[in-house]
Design a protein around this ligand. Structure first.
Ligand code: ADP
Ligand code: MG
Length: 302
């Protein structure tokens, strides 16, 4: 078990990992740990969903097992596969040795030696440090059948391998699911979980994140960068910049020894913040200056 007994303790632990966590998020994390319920985090790209699983694993000193979802992900790639080439080689060498006596060979082909464990099976294996963190990342990239399969898997935390038997976790993993909400994830799966919408941080929190992740950036530049990005998020863009972009941009500006933003600097470095040509095109001409002026106005007198 872990020694997290309060919401404050969650915040402190994540803080020690450089993860800035507001009270509402810390609360669902605490409840998820306490009640042993999977945590479903939804939000735009780059708001810190994946990162919280990493911070939690580091903070609790648990193994992090990540199942990265993608279109066409199936049970075999998520749970286990038999190492077919290795089995073939075993058969061939048994034949070559003249020892291909059917039954003996069959049993020895379905052992741990030939089993390729994928994330969901790995997460059931005992670990000296305690139950691992199972991160099921970007669930919205898979399809409905895989979700249904996952619902099963998350309800009993056991896997049956016909040739070997049933494997049950001694202690269920701590499960975090994320979605960038490119589509809605089915209700049934959400109902199993505690849910939290991870929003873009406000100005103060984003400043805290930036000082945790890019401590070498000067306060004055950081304030301009954060104010500009905050302002940018209110614009009509195809893809709004996430926190990751704020951090990247600040690091780029640092590398260029920039001390203060200007429309020219913004034009030269915009690729760190916006990743779609249409969005970048929108900031040409006087637009960057207008947004910069608004950002400066929001900061008040220096
Ligand atoms: N609350 C936070 N505290 C510290 N760093 C953060 C926070 N939110 C985002 N980040 C930074 O932003 C980056 C992108 O976050 P990530 O978790 O990959 O986004 P998501 O999974 O939501 O798309 C992280 O690598 C981290 O550096
Ligand atoms: Mg992510």
């Amino acid at each position: 078990m872990h020694d997290i007994t309060s919401i404050d303790a969650v915040q402190k632990m994540l803080d020690a990992q450089g993860y800035v966590c507001g009270r509402p998020l810390a609360t669902v994390v605490f409840l998820s740990l306490k009640l042993g319920r999977p945590l479903f985090l939804e939000g735009e790209a780059g708001v810190g969903k994946t990162e919280i699983a990493k911070a939690l694993a580091a903070g609790l000193d648990r193994r992090l097992i990540r199942l990265q979802c993608y279109e066409g992900l199936d049970a075999a790639s998520a749970v286990y596969e038999w190492n077919f080439p290795a089995q073939m080689i075993a058969i061939r060498s048994a034949e070559a040795a003249g020892a291909a006596d059917g039954p003996a060979l069959t049993t020895s082909l379905f052992t741990d030696d030939f089993l390729i464990e994928r994330p969901l099976l790995q997460a059931l294996r005992p670990d000296a440090r305690g139950a691992p963190i199972l991160l099921i990342d970007e669930l919205d990239r898979t399809d409905a059948p895989f979700e249904a399969f996952l619902l099963e898997a998350l309800s009993d935390f056991q896997v049956t391998i016909p040739e070997m038997g049933t494997i049950t976790a001694p202690e269920p993993p701590i499960v975090i699911l994320t979605s960038n909400r490119t589509r809605e994830v089915h209700d049934a799966l959400k109902r199993r979980c505690l849910y939290h919408w991870v929003d873009y941080p406000g100005f103060d929190r984003e400043m805290e994140i930036l000082s945790a992740r890019a401590p070498e950036a000067a306060e004055a530049l950081s304030r301009e960068v954060v104010a500009f990005v905050q302002q940018l998020r209110t614009e009509d863009l195809f893809k709004k910049p996430g926190v990751a972009e704020t951090i990247d941009w600040a690091k780029c500006l640092l590398a260029l020894d920039v001390l203060t933003l200007s429309p020219e600097v913004i034009a030269d470095t915009l690729g760190a913040v916006l990743k779609y040509q249409d969005d970048i095109a929108k900031l040409q001409g006087s637009e960057a200056k207008r947004i910069l002026d608004q950002a400066r106005a929001s900061l008040g007198p220096a």
